[in-house]
Design a protein around this ligand. Structure first.
Ligand SMILES: O=c1ccn([C@@H]2O[C@H](COP(=O)(O)OP(=O)(O)O[C@H]3O[C@H](CO)[C@@H](O)[C@H](O)[C@H]3O)[C@@H](O)[C@H]2O)c(=O)[nH]1
Length: 460
């Protein structure tokens, strides 16, 4: 029996891919047993949804960090708590597990929980660091010194945002304004913590990337060459294994017990006619900008499926005749429905990869952090999306309702030649993702190699 302890960073965009990776591991090998460690609050959010897997069980640590419900209000305080308060209770969980059989064979930890690498090393337990963002971004952090050496850090984006960075190993040329906001804009105070986390990876025994090898081949090769230990791209770490068989039969995606059965609504819409709108699980845009987005999409006359995260104030006049507003949904299943023709996204990596896997073109509206370079990947490198919001050079600008209306109309017009080319490319990228997770595909091969490493204690 191979007992793995999984420790995700406490946020939806990190817990989901870690859970998906764990489900895949136990499905590849029935001798794998996983203890998934989250805060008590997070267990209350996810327990019922994920708790029915025989070989995955939960352990909790107390709520020593700010609640998920308020963490976006003071992100710096949240990052500091996560960096300093979780270690001691996590050690207690390990103490408890270590007197139990089976012994812990490995820890998989989110890269941003740098301290857990030291915990594993002190106890002689191999640590696999899991990076839930793009491989390209990992390379940028890992080679941060090059930005400094080339005079690109620190800089004012308003003066130099158009300058090109072409020296990060494996990374396609990119403008400074397309680098993560943590370097030059919002979240800057947490940069030091992020850099420490990435540099701590060299003390782990393996690196798991949520990247699809073929979609970031150069940068994945660079990282493999860089580290003395295995680097495994295993993406997309999305729940494709839960829908794979149903992909081509939309009505069978129906969830019988879903209280608001939005799949019925989707079933009744024409193919590729619906714009799916979701801005992820945490961040929000300003309310002035939100007014413009809602008005712009509505005025376009395009059908829409809107995830409100419970805030329906923008739709209180009830005027949603061509659309549906839900508090939350089964996102990948929705994206795979044949009526979905586009995704207005904030470019979180999970959403990005879910759209890529589903072959759905994107309208990109990054809010912060890695979402900015993800937007560049989507639009310029993979060519499966258009930008709504240009990278910020200087002060934050508003995208108006009229601009949005015009863009959404063109984007959802299936007869538009530019749109046709983008849809074709989206299908090619979809094929790349689906091949990566097919038997003998790059990600599945990497999963198996990782499992083999753990069971043979091959790390080092
Ligand atoms: O109605 C919904 C909306 C979202 N989701 C899921 O929520 C997750 C959202 O993840 P992501 O798209 O990555 O966005 P964030 O929650 O914002 O993710 C954080 O974590 C990501 C991975 O590190 C980063 O790329 C983002 O910038 C960061 O904000 C995905 O699994 C979605 O499938 C649902 O299940 N239902």
């Amino acid at each position: 029996m191979c007992h793995i302890v999984a420790l995700p960073y406490p946020g939806r965009g990190h817990i989901n891919p870690m859970m998906n990776l764990c489900k895949l591991l136990v499905s590849r090998n029935p001798n794998v047993f996983i203890t998934f460690v989250v805060t008590e609050e997070w267990l209350s959010f996810i327990g019922s949804g994920h708790g029915n897997h025989n070989n995955i069980r939960f352990e909790t640590i107390p709520n020593v960090i700010p609640s998920e419900l308020v963490r976006a209000r003071d992100f710096l305080a949240f990052v500091e708590s996560v960096s300093t308060k979780m270690e001691a209770p996590f050690e207690k969980v390990l103490d408890f597990l270590q007197v139990e059989a089976p012994v812990v064979s490995a820890i998989i930890v989110d890269t941003f929980l740098a301290w857990a690498v030291d915990v594993g090393n002190r106890r002689n337990i191999p640590v696999a660091s899991f990076w839930s963002m793009s491989a390209s971004l990992f390379s940028v952090f890992h080679h941060f010194e090059l930005l400094v050496q080339n005079g690109h850090f620190p800089v004012e984006l308003s003066e130099r945002g158009e300058e090109v960075v072409d020296y990060i190993p494996g990374l396609a040329s990119t403008k400074l304004a397309d680098l993560p906001t943590i370097f030059y804009g919002s979240g800057r105070q947490t940069l030091q913590r992020a850099l420490e986390s990435v540099s701590k990876v060299s003390k782990a025994q393996c690196l798991l990337l949520s990247s699809v090898y073929e979609l970031e081949a150069k940068v994945n090769d660079t990282l493999k060459a860089k580290f003395p230990f295995p680097v495994y791209p295993i993406g997309p770490t999305i729940p494709y294994f839960e829908i794979k068989r149903n992909l081509l039969t939309p009505t069978s995606l129906n969830i019988k017990n879903e209280p608001d059965n939005y799949f019925h609504w989707l079933d009744s819409q024409p193919d590729s006619s619906v714009l799916y709108v979701s801005l992820g699980s945490l961040w929000s845009v300003s309310s002035v900008q939100m007014d413009e987005i809602v008005a712009g999409v509505r005025n376009s006359g395009v059908r829409f499926f809107w995830v409100s995260r419970g805030d329906t104030s923008w739709f209180k006049d009830g005027c949603v005749d061509r659309g549906i507003v839900v508090p939350w949904c089964d996102q990948l299943k929705v994206l795979c429905h044949s009526s979905i023709g586009g995704f207005w996204t904030h470019c979180g990596l999970n959403s990005t990869l879910e759209a890529a896997y589903a072959g759905v073109p994107m309208l990109t509206f990054p809010i912060m952090m890695d979402q900015v370079p993800n937007s560049k990947l989507i639009v310029e490198d993979w060519k499966i999306g258009w930008r709504v919001k240009k990278p910020e050079i200087g002060s934050e600008s508003l995208v108006t309702r009229d601009e949005i209306t015009e863009l959404v109309k063109r984007f959802m017009d299936l007869n538009n030649d530019e749109r046709k080319a983008m849809s074709k490319r989206a299908r090619e990228v979809q094929e790349i993702c689906q091949e990566a997770v097919a038997e003998n595909g790059s990600s599945i091969t990497n999963f198996d190699a990782f499992l083999n490493d753990i069971s043979l204690a091959h790390f080092n």
